[in-house]
Design a protein. Structure first.
Length: 270
């Protein structure tokens, strides 16, 4: 099953289109895994990973591009993201998208799979809506801002302005400046240095699998170990020979761990 579409939601006082894609071969009663991309990601940048994971897990997958990314509505030129931008994605955009597509967490078996900023959004959604999820899988999430994160994001800005990075990203985004500047500007804003969701994630009640590469250039292992200290029963996977994108650097290990995690917790729930 692969079905592409565009959902329409009202957000921030204006109509917004959300690019999405269904993947996997699970039936109507199969679990739904919603994939939340990284800070420069989109539907297309996941490539075939969501489909492979859903095939392995017997699930349906919903992949979407957040506003400002991919083929979704770009940021307005004057629009600047605020430090609560990930909170708003979890509290406002994701629920509106689910409703638009007829996904009801009270009826459907819902899981989140988030990478980087998408992992943080997944954690925030799990904390804000503690009964909505069966579980969350997060890859290289951020729960606080570290010096290594800021340094790498500063380097990304230089690369965007001096190399072919902008041209490469433009293949995945209708408005590449919308995607890059929205993400890069807020992460390098001095007001964002105090950003943390360490206290908020203590409200999470669903199972969590947190994955990080030992060579992650955007964060230390404190990011996922901090989750484990605050969310009881969190399962950690720390991968060698792996940077900030475990699903690209170690796809088989991530699929195997995610499949085992889903099956184990589905069995307990049933």
């Amino acid at each position: 099953m692969e079905q592409e579409g565009v959902a329409q939601i009202d957000w921030a006082g204006r109509p917004v289109r959300i690019e999405y894609q269904w993947v996997g071969s699970g039936g109507r009663d199969a679990p739904v895994i919603v994939f939340l991309h990284e800070g420069l990601g989109s539907v297309a940048m996941w490539r075939d990973f969501p489909a492979k994971l859903c095939e392995a897990a017997g699930a349906r997958g919903l992949v979407y591009s957040r506003p400002g990314y991919g083929r979704s509505t770009p940021r307005l030129p004057e629009e600047k993201w605020r430090p609560d931008f990930m909170h708003r994605q979890a509290r406002e955009v994701l629920p509106a998208l689910l409703q638009s597509l007829g996904i009801d967490p009270a009826r459907d078996e819902l899981w989140l799979f988030g990478h980087s900023d998408g992992g943080s959004i997944a954690l925030l959604y799990a904390a804000m809506f503690p009964t909505a999820l069966q579980g969350a899988i997060v890859l290289a999430p951020h729960i606080l801002v570290e010096d290594v994160s800021v340094t790498s994001i500063e380097q990304a800005r230089v690369a965007y302005e001096t190399t072919d990075l902008k041209q490469r990203l433009a293949r995945y985004h209708d408005d590449v400046d919308s995607a890059f500047r929205g993400w890069n500007d807020i992460w390098l804003d001095p007001a964002f240095r105090a950003w943390s969701i360490e206290d908020e994630i203590a409200a999470i009640r669903c199972p969590v699998l947190a994955v990080q590469g030992l060579d992650d250039e955007y964060g230390t292992l404190e990011q996922i170990r901090g989750i484990a200290r605050r969310v009881p029963g969190t399962q950690l996977l720390e991968l060698p020979d792996c940077g900030h994108s475990p699903h690209k650097d170690q796809p088989q290990a991530v699929i195997a761990a995610a499949r085992a995690f889903l099956l184990a917790h589905r069995a307990r729930a049933n």
